[in-house]
Design a protein around this ligand. Structure first.
Ligand code: MG
Length: 395
């Protein structure tokens, strides 16, 4: 669907809005230039329809609760569940709608009530231009500390909206080559060997698998997977290991089993033990629970080999890009992950994936009631759509 297909222009409003149009076009000077260029670039979509006029109007925020239904019982080192709470957001401007969401797994502190409360307190009447993402997100960040998933739901919708206004996907505006996207892993939760073998067989289309460990049956889990496939494995312990010497021995064993890295092996508060393990492990040790926001990246340096960035933890694409830049400056590995979420948030994260070493962007595939069509997985690889913004359309 063309982003401006619903955009109605009336001749009577033309003069009335000329001044605001001039100021908007000044700030959005990319529109004409980008439209002219895209028609000449191989692999890029033709120029989008250039808007005739923009009304000077505030951004409108809408949101509603949603419950994600998981395809399988999802068992981690510390919990099991069949649903994930979610809040869907929309930011509208000049008839164009940007989509966002906040996924709220129970181990994070935010809830549908807390996100609704945060979003209800936002006043977007002060913003008449969705392209000023820095100004708008500075305001959103300043309303209250924390609330990262709530902030991500705004950040994602805002990027989607601004990208649609400019007629381009964000990976292109960031100068990223869609051919550089990594494969995404598909997650296999903790279960009996029989179920793990079946889940592994069902995931035959993926070139990397992420295996959840940390409940005492680690070797049994890996052996069950290896009975079915020889693809590289990511391992996520979700803080489940307690003894650092045993952790090291397991890392050595896992390295012989074709494992690529180990994510969050022990409780995030045990920094000294994790640094000890990282210094000795043949596999990179990646922080997940230990890294939420930009400030945590510095704290992980010297403790972990790399970080797992998730939009719901850090507050969205703006924050994630800054974290990637800092981690790279510190010589750290970077992974981009997700919660169980719809294709909306997964597709937003996928826009950044050409910048990372590893991707775990399967959250939309773990639910049975997705609401969007967006990024896809083709032969195991993250495949970005050519649509503007974060690249999604409602189903
Ligand atoms: Mg993890």
């Amino acid at each position: 669907m063309k982003p401006f297909s619903n955009f109605q222009v009336s001749s009577s409003s033309k003069n009335k809005n000329l001044a605001s149009r001039r100021s908007f076009i000044t700030s959005a000077g990319l529109i004409a230039g980008t439209a002219a260029l895209t028609g000449m670039i191989p692999g890029c979509s033709p120029a989008v329809e250039t808007p005739k006029i923009w009304k000077d109007m505030p951004l409108i925020l809408r949101f509603r609760p949603y419950e994600l239904q998981l395809r399988h019982v999802f068992t981690l080192a510390g919990s099991s569940r069949t649903t994930t709470a979610d809040i869907l957001t929309e930011l509208e401007w000049n008839g164009i709608i940007g989509y966002g969401e906040a996924s709220l797994p129970p181990y994070l502190v935010e809830t549908q009530d807390s996100v609704s409360q945060f979003l209800s307190g936002l006043d977007f009447s002060r913003f008449n231009n969705p392209l000023f993402i820095e100004n708008i997100m500075d305001y959103v960040d300043g309303v209250a500390a924390g609330n990262h998933a709530a902030k991500a739901s705004i950040d994602i919708a805002l990027h989607d909206l601004a990208g649609k206004v400019l007629g381009q996907p964000w990976h292109r505006m960031w100068g990223l080559n869609p051919a550089d996207t990594p494969p995404t892993s598909f997650t296999i939760g903790i279960d009996t060997p029989e179920v793990v073998r079946q889940k592994t067989a069902d995931a035959a289309g993926f070139s990397v698998l992420k295996i959840k460990l940390g409940r005492g049956n680690d070797k049994e889990m890996i052996e069950a997977v290896r009975a079915v496939t020889s693809v590289p494995l990511f391992v996520d312990v979700n803080q489940g290991w307690t003894d650092r010497q045993e952790a090291l021995e397991l890392c050595q064993w896992l390295a012989e089993k074709g494992v690529v890295f180990v994510e969050q092996p022990m409780d995030k508060t045990r920094k000294e033990d994790i640094a000890w393990l990282t210094a000795r492990s043949p596999l990179p040790i990646i922080a997940d629970e230990a890294v939420q926001t930009f400030d945590d990246v510095l704290l992980c340096h010297g403790v972990y080999s790399g970080i797992n960035i998730k939009l719901m933890k850090c507050g969205g694409l703006r924050a994630a890009r800054k974290m990637i830049a800092l981690a790279r400056a510190l010589g750290m590995k970077v992974m981009i992950g997700c919660m169980t979420e719809t294709s909306c948030a997964v597709s937003a994260a996928a826009q950044l994936s050409p910048l990372v070493d590893w991707a775990d962007l399967d959250g939309n595939l773990l639910i049975s009631n997705d609401l969007f069509e967006g990024m896809t997985v083709i032969e195991g690889k993250v495949t970005l759509s050519d649509r503007p913004g974060i690249g999604v359309v409602p189903l």
